[in-house]
Design a protein around this ligand. Structure first.
Ligand code: FMN
Length: 322
């Protein structure tokens, strides 16, 4: 169950990780999840081609801060040489380089990147080998169960990863075809665990302590990774680590949303920060009475002070939002 974990040479205080999520796991969000106990956090995925061609937007993705360690920078791509160059460069900033072999998005797989690599184990092997060779820090691989129900090969790819020098694999128990629907298959994660000696991280549908416990028990995985369960809910790490379902009070929730807003504005400026916060606020307010009205109001506001005023108003009204 929950314990410290060593990934290659990297010591991590606990084995409950925050997943990489494009558009979500920027520095402010990672900071909050870490404060609630996440042992390891990941950046959003960074395109190796964009790193190679020095895209400014991508620089913001892999920029990490002193207090963020240990942190994994996730990269994706289909060209071993470019992946190697990227790993060499970004491993100066990270404790771990993670290779994305699970992204199901059309715009990624049509280039043979992300989960498309599960259909091409030879290329996957060359990418992992080149990345491991070039990186100054340990390299891990995140993958899915397989491409579709007819092509379930996470155990094979995990073995390839291990043989090519990866120090950890993360398995999301869905196929590419499933995207994010249906239930994650824990059986495949158990099979990967039986196949390789390196640590295996279980991912998929962890939403609370009970589902975290189930992932550990049914798969015997070495650690777990939380994605959507953390959106609008960084408290999930506290819940999993303590085993207590201590949901935030209204005061705590609003105070955290305001702090999140302040971090986004400080990090990205007011214009972008407010826009970034709209989706986070929608997540924080999921299931809250009148939330669509509140979201609609917030989506039209242009200053952080105005957004804070709306949030403080909810706090004053003592709206039961949790
Ligand atoms: C909004 C969003 C963005 C994601 N971005 C990434 C990404 O950049 N890299 C990656 O490996 N997985 C990404 N994922 C997949 C998650 O890391 C995770 O594998 C998946 O959501 C299953 O876990 P869950 O059931 O806990 O959500 C993303 C998922 C979501 C919902």
């Amino acid at each position: 169950m929950i314990k410290p974990i060593k990934i290659g040479s990297v010591e991590i205080k606990n084995n409950v990780f925050l997943a990489p999520m494009a558009g979500v796991t920027d520095m402010p969000f990672r900071k909050l999840c870490r404060e609630f106990g996440a042992g390891l956090v990941y950046t959003e995925m960074a395109s190796s081609k964009a790193v190679e061609y020095k895209s400014e937007k991508t620089e913001n993705i892999y920029r990490v801060f002193e207090e963020e360690h240990p942190i994994a920078i996730q990269i994706f791509g289909s060209e071993p040489e470019i992946m190697a160059n990227t790993a060499e460069k970004l491993s100066n900033f990270a404790d771990l380089i993670d290779i994305n072999m699970g992204c199901p998005a059309n715009k990624i797989v049509k280039n043979g990147e992300g989960s498309a690599l599960m259909k091409n184990l030879d290329l996957a092997a060359r990418i992992i080998e080149a990345t491991v060779k070039a990186s100054k820090v340990p390299v891990s691989v995140k993958m899915r169960k397989g491409w579709d129900e007819k092509h379930i090969n996470a155990p094979e790819l995990a073995k390839v990863a291990e043989n090519c020098g990866a120090v950890m694999v993360t398995i999301h128990g869905r196929t590419r075809e499933q995207m994010y629907s249906g239930e994650a298959d824990l059986e495949i994660i158990r099979k990967v665990k039986e196949t390789v000696k390196i640590p295996v991280i279980g991912n998929g549908d962890i939403r609370d302590f009970a589902s975290a416990e189930r992932m550990f028990k049914e798969t015997r995985c070495d650690g777990i990774m939380v994605a959507r369960g953390a959106q609008g809910n960084p408290w999930i790490f506290r819940e999993i680590l303590t085993g207590k379902s201590d949901k935030p009070t209204v005061q705590e929730k609003i105070a955290l949303i305001i702090r999140h807003l302040e971090l986004e504005v400080a990090h990205k400026g007011e214009y972008t920060g407010i826009r970034e916060m709209r989706k986070h606020i929608a997540n924080y307010l999921k299931g809250v009475p009148n939330s669509s009205q509140i979201k609609e109001e917030i989506n039209h506001l242009e200053s952080a002070e105005e957004v804070k005023a709306v949030l403080n108003n909810i706090r004053k009204m003592g709206e039961k939002i949790c």
